[in-house]
Design a protein around this ligand. Sequence first.
Ligand code: COA
Ligand code: MG
Length: 281
Amino acid sequence: MSRPYRSVLYIPASRERALEKARELTADAIIFDLEDAVSPEEKVRARDLLAGVLAGASYGARARIVRVNGLETEWGAGDLAAFAEHPGVDAVLVPKVNSPADLDAVAARVKAPLWAMMETAKGCLNAGAIAAHPRLEGMVMGTNDLAKELGARFRADRLPLMSGLGAAVLAAKAEGRAIVDGVFNAFKDEDGLRAECEQGRDMGFDGKTLIHPAQLAIANEVFAPSEEEVALARRQIAAFAEARARGEGVAVVDGRIVENLHVASAEALIGKAEVIAALAV
Ligand code: COA
Ligand code: MG
């Protein structure tokens, strides 16, 4: 695992104070937003401000992802031109991707790896082809836009969104891409956020997109392997090695079987914990 995406914080690129503050925040990645969080009157100012900030400021290990406006809008081409070869950008996030052709159009104009917003019904139906795009690095669920398009109601269990979430997770995993869950709007509801982070983690998401710094700690905790998980992983690896030494192919730990596939998962979990621990130093 190259880098973690437990916490992916949106910052409206028009908010100078928040851009500044983010250099100190414990986010694994930042999405500098030029799209929905910026009003039409502020689009061009925000683009210029962001280009300047990213040229100067250091964001340390945080991945710097710029969410541009769609090419069908009056700002899309200008956004892409401003960040086409910008050295302070790790990836460009394309909104409302419906098909791989939407990524082709952006790939032709920028050098950075691409991320795709999964937030339309068409996009979710084409998730496999989108994930397979050669320039794609990761996917971000846009659950607010998806719910709007589906006419889905908000429910704590997110059952109405499951088909879209599941399609995107399957696609990302099939192609080895990163995938990050949608935002939790009620940013003062910590219990609600934790429950939704846990649901996303259990589904296989790498992390969660966030809208407020107060959400960072919970996402970082939920999407990191716990000490108990790491300890169990070590015991599974050891037990399996002992079983192999006896000429057996299956071990038993805590009443559950451990086969080589579980060992591979245990090793991946320990690797992830090590990457996260290295970030903290
Ligand atoms: N990133 C970085 N810093 C942020 C931030 C963010 N997303 N949201 C708030 N902050 C900072 C504020 O600048 C403030 O810092 P300061 O006290 O040092 O000046 C501090 O955190 C506390 O902010 P608070 O007053 O609680 O929030 P707010 O009323 O300023 O803003 C929101 C609330 C929801 C409007 C704001 O968090 C936001 O715009 N979030 C992002 C929305 C977005 O990008 N949406 C698009 C994708 S869904
Ligand atoms: Mg959206």
